[in-house]
Structures are given as structure tokens and as C-alpha cells.
Design a protein around this ligand. Structure first.
Ligand SMILES: NC(=O)c1ccc[n+]([C@@H]2O[C@H](COP(=O)([O-])OP(=O)(O)OC[C@H]3O[C@@H](n4cnc5c(N)ncnc54)[C@H](OP(=O)(O)O)[C@@H]3O)[C@@H](O)[C@H]2O)c1
Length: 298
């Protein structure tokens, strides 16, 4: 590629809108056929401003998809036992098919204990060890974490069959990096997971046909770390100040990468919108499984 070459932009916003529209249609069909309206309960503890925005958006889009939205806003000083009691109630509630406890939780609450208390069949975030185990072994029907699921959808839409491709994921979090690795292994990619102790990260990245960046460091991945023609998925959402203005940037130096990559997700408008779209899709999946119906048949 020459210096003026431009990667194809992967339009996550448009893809997410299409996915939400398909989900809404299926929700209407599920209501018509089985009399079941999927319900998503979102629990927010405390007043973290970013979390409040996420929860508001989730509620709005849930209703737009024709689902029931239940918001539970609890004060920051809520005791762990009180939160666990609410999760228990939601586990038993027939109208609730998906439960999401917004992270991060206040420091006095152990997030692992709370996530483990969620019924795996309602765990639409896919963080419960049962779902993690199902995803990694392929046994049973997992609910898959929303952000990596969204990345996979964008990759398949861009590249078609992923078998045999060399994928490098930078980041090994439970939320993004590890489930992304499992999804790409299941697609028969050859997967490398890099992290803060990786030696010669640029060289590892240069081997990738598919490069997924989930680090949380603004513009860390440079243009010359990217193999010409590679597909780059930038999960990073970093708020920076530049030229006196607040800006959202990814983990990839977009202006450099766009000259080298074959296709790339922008930030914003790439992976970001896919997360809520996949959350709604997961809630529909959970409701369909409960009703004994294949979501593909709707
Ligand atoms: N909806 C969305 O689009 C969405 C959803 C979730 C997250 N995000 C964004 O994605 C990014 C990652 O999120 P996360 O939750 O996965 O973050 P995280 O839990 O902080 O994990 C970051 C990972 O990056 C690795 N890392 C840190 N510095 C590195 C370096 N210099 N070189 C190589 N690896 C390095 C860490 O390695 P170690 O394990 O060795 O520490 C860790 O595995 C953040 O910007 C977040 O805002 C976006």
C-alpha cells in the first residue's frame, strides 16, 4: 500500500442499527407467537457518571426494541447482601430474561460474588463462570460477552470466513481480551493474546491478519505495527484533551493505521455501538431459550 492508501472503514454504528432492527422484529414475533416479551433488568449501584450514561442508553434502546426495561438504581452505600438479595429476586422474576449489574461496583462490594449470584441463563453480559466455561469448551449454550461478540460480528461481516487467519489480541481482560480469544479460536483463527508483559509488541502485532486492540491506552498502536492490508478492530475508548477540547480516541493511532490497514473500525462509531446492540440480542436469545424457541426461527 502507498502512503495515500485508505483502509475501508468498518461502520459499527450502521451495523448496530441493523442488528437492533432485526432484534426488534424478532421481539415482536416472539410476543406474537409465544406471548413472551423479553425483559432486561439493569442494576446500577452508585453515581459513576459514565455508568449513568450507559444505563440510560441501555434502558432507552431496550424499550425501542420492544422489550421491557427494569432499572434498579441503588445508592453507593448499598450493602453487598442487599444487592445479592435484589439479584436473587430478579433471578426468580419470570418477566426478567436478562440481568446486568453495571460495573464497576463500589469498592466494598465484591464484583465476582455478585456476578456469580446471577442465574447463568439470565447472564446477558456473559461474565458468569458457567458461561465463560461454555464459551471456552463449546459445551452447552453460552451467553457471550457483548463487546467481543460485537467485534466478531464486524469481523465476519468484513472478512467472511475467518478460518486460518492469524489474529493478535492486545489485552487479556475477562471482559474483552479473553472472550475475544475464545471466539476467534472457535472460528479456527491462530490466536495470540498479548498484554503488558509481551516482549516486542510491535513485532507481534505486525504478524496479525486480524488485530484487536483492547488496552485502554490512547493511540498506543502505531501505523508501523500493522501488517499492510490487515483488519484492525479498535475496542479502546479513551477520553483525552486535545487542542483544548475533550475527544474520544481508540487504542490505535487511527490517522497512521488508516494508511496501512485494509479495514479499520473508527472511534467513535466502530465497536462502541455494537455493545448495546449485542446486549439486546443476548436478551432476546435468553428469552427465546426460556420459551423453548430458536431465535433463528423467528
Ligand atoms: N463498548 C466498548 O466498546 C468497550 C467495552 C469494554 C471496554 N472498552 C474499552 O476497551 C479498552 C480495554 O478495556 P478492558 O476492560 O479490556 O481493559 P483492562 O481490564 O484494563 O485490560 C487492559 C489490558 O491491556 C493490557 N495492557 C495494558 N497496557 C499495555 C501495554 N502497554 N502493552 C500491552 N498490553 C497492555 C493489560 O495487560 P495486563 O493484563 O498485563 O495488565 C490488560 O490485559 C478500554 O479503553 C475500554 O474503555 C470498550
Amino acid at each position: 500500500m502507498t502512503d495515500t492508501a485508505k483502509a475501508r472503514l468498518i461502520d459499527g454504528k450502521a451495523f448496530a442499527e441493523g442488528l437492533c432492527a432485526r432484534t426488534a422484529k424478532k421481539v415482536a414475533a416472539l410476543v406474537a407467537r409465544k406471548g413472551v416479551r423479553p425483559g432486561l433488568a439493569v442494576v446500577l449501584v452508585g453515581e459513576d457518571p459514565a455508568s449513568q450514561v450507559y444505563v440510560r442508553n441501555k434502558g432507552k434502546q431496550t424499550v425501542e426494541a420492544g422489550m421491557d426495561s427494569f432499572e434498579h438504581r441503588l445508592p453507593a452505600e448499598t450493602k453487598q447482601d442487599e444487592l445479592l438479595a435484589l439479584v436473587e429476586r430478579l433471578n426468580r422474576d419470570e418477566g426478567v430474561h436478562g440481568i446486568l449489574v453495571q460495573l464497576p461496583l463500589p469498592k466494598h462490594i465484591d464484583a465476582d460474588t455478585v456476578l456469580l449470584a446471577i442465574d447463568p441463563a439470565k447472564d446477558v453480559d456473559g461474565f458468569h463462570v458457567v458461561n465463560v466455561g461454555r464459551l471456552s469448551t463449546g459445551a452447552g449454550e453460552a451467553l457471550v460477552p457483548c463487546t467481543p461478540l460485537g467485534c466478531l460480528m464486524l469481523l465476519k461481516d468484513t472478512l467472511g470466513d475467518l478460518a486460518g487467519k492469524r489474529a493478535v489480541i492486545v489485552g487479556r481482560s475477562n471482559i474483552v481480551g479473553k472472550p475475544m480469544a475464545q471466539l476467534l479460536i472457535a472460528e479456527s483463527c491462530t490466536v495470540t493474546v498479548a498484554h503488558s508483559k509481551t516482549r516486542d509488541l510491535p513485532e507481534e502485532c505486525r504478524r496479525a491478519d486480524i488485530l484487536v486492540a483492547a488496552v485502554g491506552r490512547p493511540r498506543m498502536i502505531k501505523g508501523d505495527w500493522i501488517k499492510p492490508g490487515a483488519t484492525v478492530i479498535d475496542v479502546g475508548i479513551n477520553r483525552i484533551e486535545e487542542g483544548g477540547k475533550q475527544k474520544l480516541v481508540g487504542d490505535v493511532d487511527f490517522d497512521q493505521a488508516v494508511k496501512v490497514a485494509g479495514a479499520i473500525t473508527p472511534v467513535p462509531g466502530g465497536v462502541g455501538p455494537m455493545t448495546i446492540a449485542c446486549l439486546l440480542a443476548n436478551t432476546l436469545t435468553a428469552a427465546c431459550r426460556k420459551a423453548g424457541i430458536d431465535p433463528e426461527s423467528l
